[in-house]
Design a protein around this ligand. Structure first.
Ligand code: NDP
Length: 452
């Protein structure tokens, strides 16, 4: 993987070599570090003090990594043991902040890649939050509510000692939605005897949650697309959009695409995808996924004209805009070529790192507007920071007010990435722009706070 780093100064290559040799079984983490190091070369050239100050050596090493046993008893009375993680990557800009993921694929590499990305994403929002990520290899699919509750309680029985509104503030991610957050928060409140609203975000709006947090990541990704298209004098109006996934991010990306005059035509899960040329019916999608906790195949069975394609991803469908919103590395170079051949104009990562490096390269070579996740999906964590503000000041902002704030934050994130790309000689390159703008903020703060 080192080949494209050859042109970089020796200290940068050395840092990546160390990351590889210290973390040999962590391909996703190495991929995320590689992408950042590769794209911040112009920043390091302009700021030799960042290299001299040992910023790189420190930023690739988490401040703290916690791994723990999560024992629980299933409905048949059998003991189950999962592994829990929390990687507290950087608190230089604020308390650790980042979601929890419950999915069987979770391992240390995935949590570290997500935590590393989170540092720069959170910095980009300008909201004063550090970077972290956590989760477990627990699979919530097919589990009863009682099993989910027992698992969440056991998970929090260990994790609570590392959290707090000024220390570390988790949120949801894959497999962790409103139900799980409720159980996790309840257990924290019981163990600590504190109703500490600001220690978790994504809470129910009736008990400390913020309006628009549920919608924020998907809505934010679509706002970001709108900003990118506006730079080219274009808009979403009348365009066809493909979205992957059918969870939190996908659902609200689909909803906002409709609201802005586009037609979202696909949704998916890990078994296959649906294509609906009339446009995805959001109410039916939510009924199947959120209420019934069913599969995306059921959408096609209940919606006249929609088709279900088993075992495939939605990237063969010709569209103007694509918003991959399921999981990492779900869109490869072949998929990118298919989208380009179909006339795609803009791609925004609703998920974290859904496009492989070769796919990103293909989009950029074809001059397709490309927004990396740390910019395009930053609306979720930015709205989490708004939730923390409301908790701290005991206020509640309206839906419209919160959405207006989200919209303005996404414009700021877009402009910060766009301006940084231009400043560092790569106009229109949002990967370089987002990484550079986020990294600059973190690096300045690290220098100011000494060798910690
Ligand atoms: P959800 O659990 O709500 O939904 C995840 C969706 O992705 C489901 O449709 C799921 O299908 C699908 N999926 C999961 N794993 C795979 C896989 N290996 N292959 C194909 N499809 C898969 O998660 P979110 O919507 O919250 O998160 C989606 C992405 O967005 C993640 O990358 C997350 O890190 C990122 N993100 C989320 C934020 C948030 O606020 N929620 C904030 C920023 C980023 P199935 O049911 O079959 O597993």
């Amino acid at each position: 993987m080192t080949d494209t780093l050859v042109a970089l100064p020796t200290p940068v290559r050395d840092v990546f070599d160390t990351v590889q040799s210290r973390n040999p079984h962590e391909p996703e983490f190495q991929q995320a570090v590689h992408e950042v190091l590769e794209s911040i070369a112009p920043v390091l050239e302009a700021h030799p003090e960042f290299v001299d100050g040992g910023i790189l050596e420190r930023i690739v090493e988490p401040e703290r990594q916690i791994m723990f046993r999560v024992p629980w008893v299933d409905d048949t009375g059998r003991l189950q043991v999962n592994r829990g993680y929390r990687v507290q990557f950087s608190s230089v800009l604020g308390p650790y902040k980042g979601g929890l993921r419950f999915h069987p694929s979770v391992n240390l590499s995935i949590i570290k890649f997500l935590g590393f990305e989170q540092i720069f994403k959170n910095a980009l929002t300008g909201q004063g939050i550090g970077g972290a990520k956590g989760g477990s290899d627990f699979d919530p699919h097919g589990r009863s509510d009682a099993e989910i509750m027992r698992f969440c309680q056991s998970f929090m029985s260990e994790l609570y000692r590392h959290l707090g509104e000024h220390t570390d503030v988790p949120a949801g991610d894959i497999g962790v939605g409103a139900r799980e957050i409720g159980y996790l928060f309840g257990q924290y409140r019981k163990i600590t005897n504190r109703h500490e609203s600001g220690m978790f975000t994504g809470k129910g709006v009736q008990w400390g949650g913020a309006e628009v947090r549920t919608e924020a990541t998907g809505y934010g990704a679509v706002f970001f697309v709108q900003e990118m298209l506006a730079v080219r004098g274009s808009s979403l109006e009348g365009s066809r959009v493909s979205v992957s996934g059918s969870g939190n991010v996908a659902t609200y990306a689909i909803k906002k695409a409709w609201q802005l005059g586009a037609t979202p035509v696909t949704a998916s899960d890990s078994s296959g995808y649906v294509v609906d040329d009339e446009g995805i019916d959001v109410d039916l999608l939510r009924q199947i996924k959120e209420v019934e906790r069913g599969r995306i195949s059921e959408y096609a069975a209940r919606r006249p004209g929609a088709r279900y394609i088993e075992g495939a991803r939605p990237w063969q469908v010709p569209v103007d805009v694509a918003i991959p919103s399921a999981t990492q590395n779900e869109l490869d170079a072949d998929d990118a070529r298919a989208l380009i051949a179909g006339g795609v104009r803009a791609v925004a990562e609703g998920a974290n790192m859904p496009c492989t490096p070769a796919a990103v390269e293909a989009f950029q070579a074809a001059e397709v507007l490309f927004a990396p996740g740390k910019a395009a999906n930053a609306g979720g964590v930015a709205t989490s920071a708004l939730e923390m503000s409301q908790n701290a000041s005991r206020q509640r902002w309206s839906f419209d007010d919160s959405e207006a704030r989200l919209r303005s934050i996404m414009k700021d994130v877009h402009d910060a990435a766009f301006d940084a790309a231009a400043r560092y000689g790569r106009p229109g390159d949002y990967v370089v722009g987002a990484n550079s703008a986020g990294f600059e903020r973190v690096a300045h703060a690290m220098l100011a706070q000494g060798v910690i």
